[in-house]
Design a protein around this ligand. Structure first.
Ligand SMILES: Cc1ncc(COP(=O)(O)O)c(C=O)c1O
Length: 368
C-alpha cells in the first residue's frame, strides 16, 4: 500500500532505494562507545588536504557572507588551461556526482536506455531510474568492464553510456586499445561518459586518452573530481569536460551556486600543488601493492587494482565486515553492488593499513 505521500510521488521513485554511503566514523564510535575508529570504506585520499589548501580556506572564511562566483570563473580557467580546452568546455559540479545527475536529467527521456557496467558505481542505476530511463546493466567479465558486450547492448533507444575507468568497486581499468575499439562500435549519436574519478592513481601508457575522443568531435563527456587525488571529498567539487554546446545545456539545469566558495578556492589551490598529488599517488600505489601482498599471504585473491581501493572476496564477508566493525574498522560491504561475498577496502595510511590487516587476521581467525 502506498503511503499518502507515496501516492503523490513520481512513480519511478517508489522502488528506488536511497544511496547507502559507507558508515560514518562518528556513527560507529557512538554505537560502540569507542574512540579512534578508522574508515577505509569510501575511497577517500588517506592524506589530509595540502597546507596550501588550509591557507586559502582560512583566508576565504571572512567572505562567507557572500554567494560564491556562480560561474566558477578562476577554477574553470585553470582547468581549461590544464586540459588544453576552452573554458566553455568546462563545467563544475557539487562533486562529479552532481554532473552524473545533470547528464541524466539533461539527456535521458523516459523509456530511453542507458548502458552501464555492473557491478559499478551504484549511482548510475539510481539516476537513470530517477528520470524514468531504462537501465541496461552489462555484467563485468573477470572483474573488468566488458566493452564488447557494452557495445552490443547499444540499441536505437540508447542515449547514453556510463563508463567508469578505473571501475568502482573492482579498481580495474579498460585500456586505450580497448576503448579505441569500443568507440569505433559506438554510434556517433550516443553520448559516452568517461567517469574518471580515480584516473590519477591509474596513469600509465595503457590508460585511454578520453579527451582525445572529445577532441575528435565524438559525443564524449569526461568527468573528474577533486574528491580523490586532491583530498577534498568533504568540500564536494568535481568537473566535466565536454563540447561547449553540451556544457551550455548542463548550465541551464544546474543550480546557480552549485559549487561553494570554499570548494572553489581550495580546488584552485590543489591545482597549484603538484607535490601533494605526487605524494598521494606514491603512497597509494605503494600501500595498495603491500595490502594486496598481505591479502595474498592470507590466502585471499584481491582483484588487481589501479585505483585507491581493493576488492577482495573473503569467506563469510558479512560476518567479517561485522567483526571488523567491532574492532573499530569500517570497510565497505559489497551486497549493494551485487557482490555479497566481497569487501572493498580503501587504501589508507601505513598505520591504518597495518590496523586493518591485524583486524582482518583476527576476523578471519588467522591470528598467529
Ligand atoms: C566511479 C565514481 N564516480 C564518481 C564518484 C563521485 O565522486 P564525487 O561526487 O565525490 O566527485 C565516485 C565516488 O566515489 C566514484 O566512485
Amino acid at each position: 500500500m502506498a503511503t499518502p505521500w507515496e501516492s503523490l510521488a513520481n512513480p519511478q521513485l517508489l522502488d528506488l532505494a536511497p544511496y547507502q554511503p559507507g558508515k560514518p566514523v562518528e556513527e560507529l564510535e557512538r554505537e560502540l562507545g569507542i574512540r579512534g575508529a578508522i574508515k577505509l570504506a569510501s575511497n577517500e585520499n588517506p592524506l589530509p588536504p595540502s597546507p596550501r589548501v588550509l591557507d586559502v580556506l582560512q583566508a576565504a572564511l571572512h567572505t562567507l557572507n557572500r554567494y560564491p562566483d556562480g560561474s566558477g570563473y578562476y577554477l574553470r580557467q585553470a582547468l581549461a588551461k590544464r586540459h588544453g580546452v576552452p573554458p566553455e568546455a568546462v563545467i563544475l559540479g557539487n562533486g562529479s556526482n552532481e554532473l552524473l545527475d545533470l547528464l541524466a536529467r539533461a539527456f535521458v527521456r523516459p523509456g530511453e536506455e542507458v548502458v552501464f557496467p555492473h557491478p559499478s558505481f551504484v549511482v548510475y542505476p539510481l539516476i537513470v531510474q530517477a528520470v524514468g530511463g531504462t537501465r541496461v546493466a552489462v555484467p563485468l567479465w573477470d572483474h573488468r568492464l566488458d566493452l564488447s558486450a557494452m557495445a552490443r547492448a547499444i540499441t536505437p533507444r540508447t542515449k547514453l553510456v556510463f563508463l567508469a575507468n578505473p571501475n568502482n568497486p573492482t579498481g580495474t581499468i579498460v585500456t586505450a586499445g580497448e576503448v579505441e575499439a569500443f568507440m569505433a562500435e559506438v554510434p556517433e549519436r550516443v553520448i559516452v561518459v568517461f567517469d574518471e574519478a580515480y584516473v590519477d592513481f591509474a596513469q600509465g601508457p595503457d590508460f585511454p586518452d578520453s579527451l582525445g575522443h572529445l577532441r575528435q568531435g565524438r559525443k564524449v563527456v569526461v568527468l573528474r573530481t577533486f574528491s580523490k587525488i586532491a583530498s577534498l571529498a568533504g568540500l564536494r567539487v568535481g568537473y566535466g569536460l565536454a563540447d561547449p554546446d553540451c556544457v551550455g545545456l548542463l548550465h541551464r539545469l544546474r543550480q546557480p551556486f552549485n559549487v561553494n566558495s570554499l570548494a572553489q578556492v581550495a580546488a584552485l589551490a590543489t591545482l597549484e600543488d603538484e607535490e601533494h598529488a605526487r605524494r598521494a599517488v606514491e603512497l597509494v600505489i605503494r600501500e595498495r601493492e603491500a595490502l594486496c601482498r598481505a591479502f595474498a599471504a592470507l590466502g585471499l585473491h584481491p582483484v588487481p587494482s589501479r585505483a585507491n581501493f581493493v576488492l577482495v572476496e573473503v569467506p563469510d564477508a558479512p560476518a567479517v565486515y561485522e567483526r571488523l566493525l567491532r574492532q573499530g574498522i569500517i570497510v565497505r560491504p559489497m551486497a549493494a553492488f551485487g557482490l555479497g561475498g566481497a569487501l572493498r577496502i580503501t587504501v589508507g595510511t601505513p598505520e591504518e593499513n597495518a590496523r586493518l590487516l591485524a583486524g582482518l587476521r583476527q576476523a578471519l581467525g588467522r591470528e598467529a
